[in-house]
Design a protein around this ligand. Structure first.
Ligand SMILES: Cc1ncc(COP(=O)(O)O)c(C=O)c1O
Length: 401
């Protein structure tokens, strides 16, 4: 099909007439055309959400106000509460000390949690690593708090020695530390036990927040990410459109209830103003609920196992053609030197300078990996770059800076 107009021109609302169906179809066509080569992003593509879209997608579901609010009409708060409970249970968060809601995504989850921490500790310094998501420094600026940057190691994990040094210098002030469970580029997981130990050693009043947008659900299903009493973690933000593949941006934030300060009551909606936005997407809560209800914990564990197997396969195939790829053992993400231009033109990878990654999110197939590896093998001789060290390995001086 050839189009005489660009999509932007066809969509121009000042045109008459506008080919509305044509514009919508072209959007779908363009998204479909790039789906096979889109292997750089973490959205799972294996789940079928059409049941919810067909039944609920044609009307407004507004979960305005606190998720516990039973009032109002045309909302999905009952499903939202079920989602929050499931995620909190999966994280072993104590039932008597948890609160949370369905957000617009990882950024809002981080904002909600860091705002709650800031309200308790207004003079706190907020520590985050250079591998933290860009939403963290943005939120630090929005809250008007003092941020402290901590180095990350080449594999993306926080440099705990540097954190200790930064905390030591500022021990007079409370600390809000953002750990990441699945950094955006390498899917590194910061060790909250080591972070907590550093904070305790320096006698600093602290709140530890985990930005688990990428890896929260898979790590919680493994039992490797827990928010029980011994964890010393105050809050967590998780994304809903990544591992659960929900076809609209969304997420879940969870905060220890005992760490929250009272909020204003809003008379005309008769609820507490507990959430970042007022009106909230009830469809997202229903989609999350459906994704969880359809597969259950075992189903989602299986999906995570399959994705990790594919990531291990991809790493092996890349290594076999001499391309220095590596991954963290828990990760879906395979990190490699940025491929030559012609490969990046065809394959939608995520690249940060000379480092790129693919993400073997559930739904990515062996065939896609094989085709990518074949293109790479045909394109150029591999660069000679060693795998970076991890936080638990001794320092190796040949690491890229
Ligand atoms: C670690 C991490 N935190 C936060 C976010 C932000 O999530 P969102 O784009 O849903 O706001 C992302 C998104 O990629 C992420 O990888």
């Amino acid at each position: 099909m050839t189009h005489t107009l660009s999509l932007a021109d066809a969509a121009d609302l000042n045109r008459t007439p506008i080919d509305i169906t044509g514009v919508l179809d072209r959007l779908v066509h363009e998204a479909d055309a790039t789906a096979t080569t889109s292997i750089g992003f973490p959205g799972a593509v294996d789940l079928d959400h059409s049941d919810v879209i067909t039944r609920l997608g044609i009307r407004l579901w507004n979960n305005i106000g606190d998720p516990a609010d039973p009032g109002g009409v045309a909302h999905t708060r009952v499903l939202e509460r079920a989602v929050v409970t499931w995620v909190a249970d999966t994280l072993s968060m104590p039932a008597h000390d948890r609160w949370g809601y369905v957000t617009t995504g990882g950024t809002e989850g981080n904002l909600s949690a860091l705002h709650a921490a800031y309200r308790r500790h207004p003079s706190a310094r907020v520590y985050y690593s250079t591998a933290a998501h860009y939403s963290i420094p943005k939120i630090v600026r929005m809250l008007g708090v003092q941020g402290v940057i901590v180095n990350a190691l080449p594999d993306g994990e926080m440099d705990y020695g540097h954190l200790a040094m930064q905390v030591r210098r500022r021990r007079r002030w409370p600390a809000i530390v953002v750990a990441t469970a699945g950094t955006t580029m390498t899917e590194a997981v910061d060790d909250t036990t080591r972070i907590r130990a550093i904070l305790d050693e320096h006698g600093v009043e602290a709140h530890v927040h985990v930005d688990a947008a990428l890896s929260g659900i898979p790590l919680a299903l493994d039992g490797r990410l827990r928010l029980d009493d011994s964890a010393g973690i105050g809050s967590i933000a998780i994304s809903g459109h990544k591992f659960l593949g929900v076809p609209t941006p969304c997420g879940v934030v969870l905060i220890r209830d005992s760490l929250r300060k009272p909020v204003d009551h809003v008379p005309y909606i008769n609820t507490g103003d507990t959430t970042v936005t007022g009106s909230r997407c009830g469809l997202a809560a229903a989609l999350l609920w459906h994704a969880i209800a359809t597969h259950g914990r075992e189903g989602h564990r299986w999906r995570a196992t399959q994705a990790r197997r594919l990531a291990a396969y991809a790493t092996d195939q890349l290594t076999a053609i001499g391309w220095p790829a590596w991954r963290h053992p828990h990760a879906f993400t395979v990190v490699m030197p940025t491929p030559p231009k012609q490969v990046c033109k065809k394959w939608l990878l995520a690249s940060d300078g000379d480092t790129s990654h693919i993400i073997c999110a559930p739904g990515i197939s062996t065939g896609q990996i094989d085709a990518f590896v074949a293109d790479l093998a045909a394109a150029a001789p591999p660069p000679k770059i060693p795998r970076p060290r991890s936080a638990s390995e001794p320092h190796v001086s040949t690491c890229p800076a």
